[in-house]
Design a binder for this molecule. Structure first.
Ligand code: ADP
Ligand code: MG
Length: 229
């Protein structure tokens, strides 16, 4: 349950030049470790998660997920690794309006072809784990923002992620609910031994993390309170 990135570089086309989104990034996140990444908008935080989660391939450097070198895999292998070993939680919960909380989780299992009975048991356990058993039959419009985000967290755990990648999960929540979601992520990280990366704007969340890093123009540095803004 480890994520490592060494010498990772990523650029995007930008007119007749290239924009450097990730510049020689090194990062290791161990099992049961929650690492917070903060930094200004456009500094490369989402790009970092996209490369860590094999959604985007780095131009240089090495990424390993749970001991597997991503560059050794073809597209199918990467898709499979991502499905089975990576969990994503984004800024918006991205739930389907017509599905109940339980069905949001079961849909993942359906897509991955998991056994229906096993999937149902796991989905119920996870809803219980995030404190939403009583709401399993509710649709997104019947849930609060915090509850929707908890469902997104439970959904990310439907595989058995070694790596959990979370991109500004609390920006649509008030401070108290936001803090509760981050506390849940910390507990999950400890109990399930995931290597978790949490991108956050909210410096109050850094207290819940094991380590804090700062992204600045594509470079990853130690977080220092004096350089926070
Ligand atoms: P952050 O999440 O910290 O706001 P991003 O990783 O989204 O930063 O973006 C880093 C830089 O890369 C920004 O300058 C952004 O405009 C640029 N960028 C991000 N995604 C793309 C893309 N798909 N194509 C071109 N440029 C991109
Ligand atoms: Mg972003």
């Amino acid at each position: 349950m480890t994520l490592t990135m060494t010498g990772v570089r990523l650029t995007y086309p930008d007119g007749d030049r290239r924009l450097t989104a990730l510049d020689d990034v090194d990062m290791t996140v161990g099992p049961g470790e929650l690492v917070a990444v903060t930094g200004p908008s456009g500094s490369g935080k989402s790009s970092l998660l996209a490369v860590a989660g094999t959604l985007v391939t780095a131009e240089a450097g090495t990424v390993t997920v749970d001991g597997v070198d991503v560059s050794s895999l073809g597209q199918k292998g990467r898709d499979r690794l991502r499905r089975e070993r990576v969990g994503f939680v984004f800024q918006q919960a991205n739930l389907l309006a017509s599905l109940t909380a339980l069905d949001q989780l079961l849909l993942v299992a359906h897509v991955t072809g998991a056994n229906r009975e096993t999937a149902r048991t796991r989905a119920c356990e996870l809803l219980d784990y995030v404190g939403l058993s009583a709401k399993s039959g509710k649709r997104p419009h019947e849930l609060s923002g915090g509850e929707r985000q908890r469902i997104a967290v439970a959904r990310a755990l439907m595989g058995s992620p070694a790596v959990l990648l979370v991109d500004e999960p609390t920006s649509a929540l008030d401070a108290e609910r936001g803090h509760a979601v981050v506390a849940l992520l910390r507990d999950i990280t400890r109990e399930r031994r995931t290597a978790t990366v949490l991108v956050t704007h909210d410096l109050r969340h850094l207290d819940l993390a094991d380590r804090a890093l700062a992204m600045r123009d594509g470079r990853l540095e130690q977080f220092a309170a004096t350089t926070a803004r």
